[in-house]
Design a protein around this ligand. Structure first.
Ligand code: ADP
Ligand code: MG
Length: 373
């Protein structure tokens, strides 16, 4: 038991393996060097108070017995985490929580997983709940699915919990609990960086379309007699009659193959091949899975024209961010090209920044220095 603690939890980008985490496929995200900080103080009166530096957020208070529907808006992810902890049998006496972020919220970089994993880790620490990273991930997923109402997989939580500097997190979502393997990402040693293009777009249909994709994938797997759609063979697209299910299945099985190809490319430091695979992933998400949007397509096109080796949307789609593998000296040209293209369309100016693979959730001292977990 400790009176106060601080946890720093990064966001993530998904390098490759999109919409596979609920299809039993492999995914390869990385934790990034932008994080959410949760400072927590123990209370024993059943109350939770939350402060955040999010624009427009003022203090929110609720009881530890909070139920879905009681809290909405920005604090729902925090309230949802408290609810999920109790719902999974953990006792929470109360807490004051202060959230500070260097991770844009709603940009597809998983500030939600950083927030929920940060709150769960900090509360676990305050009250010696003995939560391991698997349990923190499950609590965080339960918060988003059961309280906020977003039926997410486990990729984001595992990425922000298990990431390490200069490494990606290969997650096998076909097994329960999912296994994670650290994969060294050597492109920086070879003079390349990963740039994020935060489009600033988020289309309202994202949630509904996400649920629809999950349902379509389940239906396709059932028709094929498979537990997971990612197990589908090349004959699957011939066996399915429905054109939409065929296209969704084609994405899932080609994306699964692309993750394997990307791993080979990473291991061999074959960066042009990795780039080609990233760009092919984008085309598949755009044409077969139909989860891209004009802002993401234009970002990818402009990045490629600016000399990126490859680029793709990352995350669920319908807005959020794209990533590009590019030489650092080309990042400014990429930024200018994307900005010019967006100006032409009269879209809000996108944000372009370089990210590095960073350590996952960790305890920190008051000055932010890392403490051993
Ligand atoms: P993303 O995960 O792509 O950033 P989401 O819409 O899934 O976007 O999650 C954004 C939500 O996460 C915010 O609406 C808020 O509820 C929560 N959140 C993110 N950052 C903070 C923060 N600094 N303080 C409090 N809540 C935060
Ligand atoms: Mg999110």
């Amino acid at each position: 038991m400790t009176d106060v603690c601080r946890w720093d939890v990064p966001g993530r980008v998904n390098l490759i393996g999109e919409h596979l985490d609920y299809n039993g496929g492999p995914v390869l995200p990385l934790a990034i060097d932008r994080s959410v900080t949760v400072k927590a103080r123990a209370r024993d009166d059943g109350a939770v108070n939350v402060w955040s530096d999010l624009a427009g957020a003022s203090k929110v208070s609720f009881a530890v017995t909070v139920q879905p529907g009681d809290v909405d808006g920005w604090a729902s992810y925090v309230a949802g985490t408290i609810w999920a902890l109790l719902d999974r049998g953990h006792a929470v006496p109360g807490a004051d929580l202060v959230l500070e972020s260097r991770l844009p919220s709603g940009a597809g970089l998983s500030s939600s997983a950083a927030t929920t994993c940060g709150v769960a880790s900090a509360i676990g620490d305050l009250f010696d709940l003995g939560l391991d990273r698997t349990e923190v991930a499950l609590v965080a997923q339960h918060a988003e699915a059961g309280f906020v109402g977003a039926p997410v997989g486990l990729m984001d939580q595992l990425a922000v919990l298990h990431g390490t500097e200069a490494h990606g997190v290969l997650i096998d979502t076909a097994v329960t609990p999912h296994t994670t393997t650290s994969v060294e990402l050597g492109w920086e040693a070879d003079g390349l960086v990963l740039a994020v293009i935060a489009t600033g777009a988020h289309h309202a249909l994202a949630d509904g379309e996400y649920a629809a994709r999950r349902e379509e994938c389940e239906r396709a797997a059932a028709e094929l007699g498979l537990e997971w759609l990612a197990q589908a063979g090349l004959d699957a697209t011939v066996m399915l009659a429905d054109e939409t299910l065929k296209a969704r299945t084609r994405h899932v099985l080609t994306e699964t193959a692309r993750v394997r190809g990307a791993l080979t490319a990473v291991n061999r430091r074959a960066w042009p091949q990795l780039g080609t695979i990233l760009t092919a992933s984008h085309a598949s998400l755009r044409d077969d899975f139909e989860v891209s949007c004009p802002e993401l397509d234009v970002a990818v096109e402009a990045a490629l024209e600016a000399g990126a080796l490859g680029a793709r949307m990352t995350g669920g789609g319908f807005g959020g961010s794209a990533i590009a593998l590019v030489a650092p000296e080309k990042v400014q040209a990429l930024r200018e090209k994307v900005e010019a293209r967006y100006a032409l369309h009269q879209w809000t100016r996108p944000e372009v920044f370089v990210v590095h693979a960073a350590d996952g959730a960790h305890r920190a001292g008051p000055d932010g220095a890392r403490l051993d977990a």
